[in-house]
Design a protein. Structure first.
Length: 292
């Protein structure tokens, strides 16, 4: 399937003859359409020249409704099965629970165990959308706030620290898709000395926060989205409700009859490559058991 998606996959012979250790990456995939999210993330990760061993984690306290159980059994392992392992990098995705308070999420207790585990068992972690807000809340006490209307579209982001390796090769402004009902406030990030606000938008607010020198990145949007994801969301919701607004800065001429204007994919690939290279590969110990 990955080759049909034009995703590079190294064959076993080549993998075993390279004199390097594969980087172990774990993805905690909380999105409802898990196969779609897997493909989106692997498409970005596959562009690095480094060899990656990608693993998928599932929650014991939540059973997905939109993914075949056979798929989950074949490709996913529970946190309990993985908690004694170390990983070079981790990605925690968004989840459709953002309008609930964190403590009201049915799997919150398990999430807090995973957050605490990642702190000492993973070299660098990317937290995406709801996971970014949840991680900021758990680790640093940053609250989230309900928006008056959904932040929905593709918005320009301003880089605040262009010298950071995560932004190497970036333009001064880059685009990022957002699809969320809640936000974190700029002043809360700036008031915490452990956090660095590294990218933001006049329209969509806080977009990227860094902590622990790059061992944690909190991304409030979805650079991993494929070109049609927002279109699919818009048409899905429009069939259910009559108050759904167009995603902003997305369709050509703001006309949903025309195809989406893709403006974020180059920077998405660059960000994931920079993360893997500068914050995972360059920082992780060769002996993965030494991660602390």
């Amino acid at each position: 399937m990955l080759k049909r998606e034009n995703i590079f996959v190294m064959d076993d012979t080549r993998a075993h003859t390279q004199d390097i250790r594969p980087l172990k990456i774990v993805i905690l995939n909380l999105m409802p359409l898990k196969i779609t999210t897997e493909t989106d993330l692997i498409r970005l990760l596959s562009n690095t020249p480094l060899q990656l061993d990608i693993n998928f984690m599932k929650l014991r306290s939540h059973t997905p409704k939109n993914t075949p159980i056979e798929h989950m059994l074949m490709f996913y392992r529970s946190f309990e099965e993985m908690r004694n392992e170390n990983f070079d990098g981790m990605i925690i995705t968004g989840a459709p629970v953002e309008q609930l308070s964190f403590e009201d999420v049915t799997y919150w207790d398990e999430m807090t165990q995973i957050f605490a585990w990642a702190h000492t068992h993973v070299t660098s972690t990317l937290f995406i959308c709801w996971a970014a807000q949840a991680g900021l809340y758990y680790h640093y006490g940053i609250p989230k706030f309900l928006l008056n209307k959904k932040m929905f579209g593709v918005f320009p982001q301003k880089i605040l620290d262009p010298q950071l390796p995560i932004f190497r090769g970036f333009d001064d402004v880059f685009m990022m898709p957002h699809s969320r009902h809640t936000e974190v406030h700029r002043e809360d990030i700036l008031s915490n000395s452990e956090l660095s606000l590294i990218a933001e938008s006049a329209e969509s607010g806080v977009s990227m926060v860094m902590a622990r020198g790059g061992r944690e990145f909190f991304i409030t949007g979805h650079l991993e989205y494929s070109p049609n994801t927002l279109d699919n969301e818009y048409r899905r919701d429009k069939d259910i409700r009559n108050d759904v607004e167009l995603p902003q800065h997305y369709y050509l001429n703001d006309d949903p009859r025309q195809k989406p204007f893709v403006s974020w994919r180059a920077h998405a690939n660059l960000l994931y490559n920079n993360w893997i290279n500068y914050y995972v590969y360059q920082e992780t110990p060769y002996d993965i058991s030494q991660i602390r």
